[in-house]
Unconditional design. Structure first.
Length: 94
């Protein structure tokens, strides 16, 4: 059970971090300043930040026109939710 709670905590924390990275990049874009690399945004998305990236894509409307951002976000979200489901099912079997 500790593993499940830890995984959920990591997803939540990285979701917030990723959302604020997307928000910061959106702010930089509006001001015409130096931007955060797309590869960095995608890495944050894939490394447990898919919830925050999804929120940033649709709420901030940031990077939602780039098909690869949408695909990476959806695939990453499915992977992370699948891992969470796997952990929960295994915990219930015990």
């Amino acid at each position: 059970m500790d593993l499940i709670l830890g995984y959920i905590l990591v997803l939540i924390i990285m979701g917030f971090v990723t959302y604020f990275v997307y928000k910061k990049d959106k702010k930089y874009a509006a001001k015409g300043k130096w931007r955060i690399k797309e590869s960095t945004l995608l890495l944050f998305t894939f490394l447990f930040g898919s919830l925050g990236a999804a929120h940033g894509l649709w709420k901030l409307r940031h990077k939602n026109r780039h098909w690869y951002f949408v695909v990476v976000t959806i695939v990453s979200l499915m992977i992370h939710l699948g891992i969470l489901a796997f952990l929960i099912v295994n915990a219930l079997k015990k």
